[in-house]
Design a binder for this molecule. Structure first.
Ligand SMILES: [Zn+2]
Length: 91
């Protein structure tokens, strides 16, 4: 019983961790040069992901990933690039 309580206490602070994609901070828009670039997340979004999307931290690409779907979205000009599959993303 005590072990269960300890594990619960350890998990709670981690629940707020964001699911930032790899390459955070290093991506740059090839069109306008803006660093205001966010990853496009595919799949069925959870409540946290929806909040992030509303905050402009990610872009939701929908449930279906098509061949050649872009992985990066520029908030500056709306340009999207990258190819899903070329960049490893944990989703
Ligand atoms: Zn741009």
């Amino acid at each position: 019983m005590v072990a269960v309580f300890l594990m619960t206490a350890m998990i709670v602070p981690m629940a707020g961790c964001s699911t930032k994609a790899a390459g955070d901070g290093g991506e740059k828009c090839g069109e306008c040069g803006s660093h205001d670039v966010v990853p496009i997340v595919y799949g069925l979004p959870g409540p946290e992901l929806i909040e992030q999307a509303e905050a402009g931290e990610v872009v939701l690409g929908g449930c279906v990933v098509e061949d050649g779907s872009p992985v990066w979205h520029c908030n500056g000009c709306g340009y999207e690039w990258g190819r899903f599959g070329d960049t490893h993303m944990d989703i």
